[in-house]
Design a protein around this ligand. Structure first.
Ligand code: NOJ
Ligand code: CA
Length: 705
């Protein structure tokens, strides 16, 4: 720290005397150093990031273009504020861990134009041991009031042609398979988009974040953003020759700017997670640390839980969301054409309640319970279709909720907004109050389809505000939100813990109906090191009937059964679905035992090993019991992994139930081959285990003494 202060003081003096032009701030462990300077030529501001003395980000400039004023990118003078070191620990109400260490050095560089408008913008750097965050702060000032940003130009000039794990910079959806290419070979404009997507828009050769890069000498980088509030989502435009990214904000067809704000305001943090190995990327808390503390106070009305649901059966085609009603004079009418496939019936939901109660599963999600599904996907005019309070005639909400209560199970609400934002905004008070009346504390929301009003995109400023405002409003009714087709996670769950989970990736559902073969075995070993760095994922694991030929001949899940169990540990979410049909679980009581046992809320997480896109092993300690659970998954390659149980406590014997791929297991040829054994393990135990191709390993580790 002393070194940091000295260097910064040097900087101030330098500026006062206008001779030398740079200064730096380091991470608390001094492995990461950010230096910044004004160009002697034109007074443009740039920064450089070094990791263990190696330049990771070379001279990279910053700047803004506006609709209503000249660009702000040069002609600056600078004052550097005294740096501060912050070191505190905060607690997550639920999460991957209980205590989060928040330790960084911060410096604010106050930039001011020397000539003309004398506009001011502060650049705030926070340097942690696991990466860097920086944001722009537009203070209150004479010549900057209402601001219409047409482009933010934050550069990230890289120094190596990294192996890059990326999805295209789609303005409308993140549900894409990852490509693995060199940085110089990223070609988002020729990315083959899945034909089933109801909306997509890829205007540039850009990628969405988190995007993860692996260097030849083991440097691991992941670019993302934190605290995305009242601003447009950021994609990263790729320059394949210069090997660089430049921020490219998501726009709108309805405005000739991308962000509208009034000074004073701050942008989201631009983040770079930096480690020298893959596991530490997952262990990084940079994204949540850069967000503000909990603004909701006591949130104990929500409890993390596993949940089943009337859901997979629709994706398999066993049942439907819609009931068969007709719209007559703008009102839904039961005209006697109800079909027998409607899924959300009182009787069917009770079956899920019974099953959940029996198997230590806290919730039941019910989709297709409310009127409107007859005019959902594929319809242009979706405003006014759903109301979120009117059940179909065969669904008795009073009966279902009181039955659930008697069994100690919660019903999870479903709001498919169909991206009809006007309707949803108008309905929110009523819809959340309705939930409160039925003591429902969790809603899964959905935003399938092109955004209404037309011309907006899922990731622009308009929708960022829709998602954030919905969650803030929901909190007032003690409702926690799990959004699908969401805006990306940027750590806001720290500030609003009721933002519990979200989709925002190609989830399990693609395996049920996608015409491109579903999610390949490498998908989740990539997701763990990309999308999961942003925050909790509602992936919906636990499919036991891997091939489901009786429903869909041409589709299947592309993992072994053991991997489906491992996902409960590998993928973090405070709501974790037990996604398969009741009958498929009842036919397989032995592997079901793992789901029954596994926790959902953790006091500690240890990432034991891993390689981006190849495999990963994670152990997590359950908050309530101090039992440990371990999950390991691999891509299409089988491999042997060594598990070192040294994370366990001293002098304690544990009973380990091991759920591993059988000898002949293979994601495609033999996915159901699973071997289950019980052993005693201690802190001293080391074990070599095999993962099949597309396979996995799940272990529950319970204290015995
Ligand atoms: C897409 C969601 O991802 C899926 O989980 C849900 O079942 C459908 N929309 C219907 O809302
Ligand atoms: Ca989806």
């Amino acid at each position: 720290m002393k070194k940091v202060v000295l260097m910064i003081l040097f900087f101030v003096i330098i500026f006062a005397s206008c001779s030398v032009k740079s200064s730096q701030i380091t991470s608390p462990d001094e492995n990461i150093a950010v230096s910044f300077q004004l160009s002697p030529k034109d007074g443009a501001f740039s920064y450089v990031v070094k990791f263990k003395e190696k330049t990771i980000i070379d001279t990279s400039y910053i700047g803004f273009n506006f609709k209503n004023m000249p660009s702000l990118n040069k002609g600056f003078k600078a004052v550097v504020k005294k740096p501060v070191e912050v070191n505190n620990t905060w607690q997550m109400p639920w999460g991957e861990q209980l205590n989060v260490v928040n330790n960084y050095n911060e410096v604010t560089v106050q930039l001011e134009e020397i000539a003309d408008l004398k506009r001011k913008v502060n650049v705030i750097f926070r340097v942690y041991n696991d990466g860097v965050g920086f944001r722009y702060d537009f203070p209150e000032q004479e010549n900057v009031r209402e601001v219409f940003i047409t482009d933010e130009k934050t550069e990230f000039n890289l120094t190596e042609d990294y192996k890059t794990f990326w999805i295209p910079g789609d303005w409308d959806i993140y549900e894409h398979l990852y490509s693995t290419t060199k940085l110089s070979e990223i070609d988002a404009l020729n990315y083959k988009v899945n034909e089933a997507l109801a909306q997509t828009s890829i205007p540039e050769n850009a990628v969405n974040t988190p995007v993860t890069l692996v260097g030849k000498e083991g440097v691991h980088l992941s670019f993302h953003e934190a605290a995305l509030v009242d601003y447009a989502g950021m994609t990263l435009k790729v320059d394949t020759e210069k090997l660089s990214f430049t921020s490219n904000l998501v726009g709108s067809k309805n405005t000739d700017y991308k962000v509208k704000r009034t000074a004073p305001f701050k942008t989201p943090w631009r983040t770079i997670q930096i480690t020298d190995n893959a596991p530490d990327l997952i262990a990084s808390s940079l994204i949540v640390n850069l967000n503000e503390p909990n603004k909701l106070g006591d949130v104990s009305w929500f409890t993390p839980m596993k949940y089943t649901g009337v859901w997979w059966e629709m994706h398999l085609g066993k049942s439907t969301w819609d009931y068969g009603m007709e719209m007559v004079d703008g009102k839904w009418k039961d005209t006697g054409k109800a079909h027998r496939k409607h899924g959300a019936t009182t009787e069917n939901v009770k079956r899920f309640i019974d099953f959940s109660a029996k198997n230590n599963i806290g919730g039941v999600l019910v989709e297709g319970w409310n009127t409107g599904w007859e005019r959902w996907i594929g319809f242009e005019d979706r405003e006014g279709v759903f109301d979120f309070v009117t059940p179909y005639p065969d669904y008795d909400l009073d009966e279902v909720t009181s039955y659930a209560k008697s069994k100690g199970v919660q019903i999870i609400m479903h709001h498919e907004t169909s991206a009809a934002t006007k309707t949803y905004e108008k309905q929110q008070d009523t819809a959340y109050a309705f939930m409160q009346k039925y003591s429902m504390h969790t809603v899964k929301s959905g935003y399938v389809g092109k955004i209404l009003p037309k011309g907006e995109f899922h990731h622009g400023q308009f929708m960022v505000n829709q998602y954030n405002n919905a969650a803030i409003k929901a909190a007032k009714f003690q409702v926690a939100v799990n959004a699908h087709e969401p805006i990306k996670a940027t750590g806001l769950r720290r500030t609003y813990p009721n933002i519990i989970s979200r989709e925002g990736l190609r989830g399990q559902e693609f395996n049920a109906w996608s015409s491109d073969g579903g999610n390949p075995p490498e998908h989740l070993p990539i997701v763990a090191f990309t999308r999961m760095l942003a925050g909790p994922i509602d992936f919906t694991p636990g499919i036991f009937n891997i091939k489901f030929n009786e429903y869909k001949d041409g589709n299947q899940v592309n993992t072994t059964l053991a991997q489906q169990l491992a996902l409960y540990v590998v993928i973090y979410s405070p709501v974790q679905m037990t996604a398969d049909l009741v009958e498929h679980y009842e036919a397989n009581p032995k592997p079901l035992q793992f789901i029954k046992d596994v926790g959902v809320n953790w006091s500690e997480t240890k990432v034991l090993n891993g390689s981006v896109g190849d495999f990963v092993t994670i152990a997590r300690k359950e908050r309530e019991t101090d039992n440990w659970f371990l999950g390991s998954i691999t891509d299409e390659n089988s491999r042997e992994i060594e598990i070192d149980f040294s994370f366990l406590e001293n002098n304690i014997k544990y009973e380990a139930i091991i759920y591993k791929d059988g000898k002949n297991a293979h994601w495609n040829n033999n996915p159901l081959d699973i071997a289950i054994e019980t052993l005693t393990v201690t802190k001293e135990t080391k074990m070599k285990l095999n993962l099949a191709a597309g396979g996995g390993l799940a272990i529950s580790i319970k204290k015995t003494n």
